[in-house]
Design a protein around this ligand. Structure first.
Ligand SMILES: C[S@@+](CC[C@H](N)C(=O)[O-])C[C@H]1O[C@@H](n2cnc3c(N)ncnc32)[C@H](O)[C@@H]1O
Ligand code: SF4
Ligand code: SF4
Length: 384
């Protein structure tokens, strides 16, 4: 089984997106020594393929020299783990030289835009859109593969049609993030999307996708349909992620995921100690997330979707006890309602399609609408 290591060169970021859960002013930048120690840690850690994702904060702040040293170290010294790479960035600091380097290592790029310029800049700060689009042009000149996360908030959800059409008309592939309350924020609910709104958004996007599958890729819908089809989660939200996903912060601290980086109570080890899985599992944060898995096994046992939902994301499920100030598990992922809505919709449509075809019913393709719209099985069977 493959595993995933997120490398967070810094939590610093030149942008100041309103809802951001992960940027931190004054955050240090990772020294190349941390990469060298990461290599030593992983040499004998486990003998399975690894994917490294550079994430942040804003990873490109680490600069060209950092990446030009880090990439060969990871690729060559860990060649036995067949490393693959990915990068999540706002693209502001991308230079042609950096883009060339990323092309050499075949790195797919995830970037972030919330939709049309005015709406995007309202959520992500004035001037954001232009700076990201400049970086996007540089990436395209090097023929890099770029897709975008659009973070849907309690504000932008009113414009879901405009947002989808923006990505469709500009030929940009899309992944959506429902804005979540940040564990770091004083007013965490301000931008958060409610579970019902998120569920409705997913169903809306499923319909749009079925009409426009030839023109756009919508990763969440691909993943959700695949999960239902193979009855197993295919993204971290829907699997027991503990033990298969790690994040390394700028100082070499190891966390269960990038979302926890910078919060000392979630440190599970340090790359300099070259910890084994057994060592990492002794930490309090590991035990807390293990508690989540046990909680899901008991709370969700009657749910029809448990096999491919697994209670959702444990970060989303954490809440802070106001008396002790400590994180606790008091529920599953609060997006449970949204997951049930979309899993039900996909299951229902797939069953209807399968029944229709087993009874020999041929879809009527005489009307224009029928002709354009594909069935849900075409998403389920789409190659990854
Ligand atoms: C934290 S950023 C880091 C990488 C890079 N700076 C970027 O913006 O792509 C990764 C993604 O997380 C999203 N994000 C930030 N805060 C969030 C929140 N509270 N809820 C949901 N997604 C969030 C951002 O919009 C962005 O698309
Ligand atoms: S660009 Fe990314 S890291 Fe920076 S503030 Fe925005 S979401 Fe956060
Ligand atoms: S949909 Fe809800 S109840 Fe079902 S497994 Fe997921 S979190 Fe648990």
């Amino acid at each position: 089984m493959a595993f995933h290591v997120m490398l967070i060169p810094t939590l610093g970021c030149p942008s100041d997106c309103e809802y951001c859960w992960s940027s931190e002013e004054g955050s240090p930048v990772m020294d190349i020594d941390v990469i060298k120690e990461t290599v030593e840690w992983l040499k004998d850690f486990r003998m399975e393929p690894v994917t490294f994702t550079f994430h942040g904060g804003e990873p490109l702040l680490a600069g060209y020299d950092f990446f030009s040293e880090a990439l060969p170290l990871l690729a060559e010294e860990l060649a036995h783990l067949k490393p693959a790479f990915a990068l999540q960035t706002n693209l502001w600091n991308l230079t042609p030289k950096m883009a060339q380097l990323f092309k050499e290592y075949n790195i797919p790029i995830g970037s972030s835009l919330d939709g049309p310029e005015e709406l995007n800049d309202l959520q992500r700060g004035k001037g954001y859109y232009q700076k990201t689009m400049r970086g996007y042009e540089i990436a395209r000149e090097q023929d890099l593969q770029v897709s975008f996360i659009s973070t849907f908030t309690s504000y932008s959800i009113q414009y879901k049609e405009d947002i989808f059409n923006f990505f469709l008309e500009n030929g940009l592939n899309l992944k959506l993030h429902p804005a979540l309350p940040s564990l770091r924020d004083d007013n965490p609910e301000k931008w958060a999307l409610s579970p019902e709104e998120y569920g409705e958004l997913l169903i809306y996007l499923l319909d749009q996708y079925l009409e426009h599958m030839d023109q756009i890729e919508l990763k969440n819908i691909d993943h959700l349909c695949k999960c239902v089809f193979i009855r197993r989660g295919v993204v971290c939200t829907f699997v027991d992620c503990m033990g298969d996903t790690f994040a390394v912060g700028p100082d070499g601290s190891i966390y269960p995921c990038y979302r926890f980086v910078g919060m000392p109570e979630y440190v599970i080890g340090n790359v300099r100690d070259h910890p084994s899985m057994e060592d990492l599992s002794q930490s309090d944060a590991w035990k807390l997330l293990q508690e989540f898995k046990d909680y899901v096994d008991s709370e969700c046992k009657k749910c029809s979707y448990i096999k491919f939902c697994r209670g959702g994301c444990p970060y989303n499920a954490l809440s802070i006890n106001e008396e002790t100030g400590k994180a606790e598990i008091n529920g599953v992922d609060p997006h449970c309602t949204a997951y049930k809505m979309i899993f039900k919709e996909i299951t229902m449509r797939a069953t209807k399609e399968m029944l229709g075809s087993s009874m020999g019913m041929v879809p009527d393709t005489s009307g224009m609408e029928q002709k354009a719209k594909k069935g849900i099985m075409s998403i389920m069977l789409k190659p990854s």
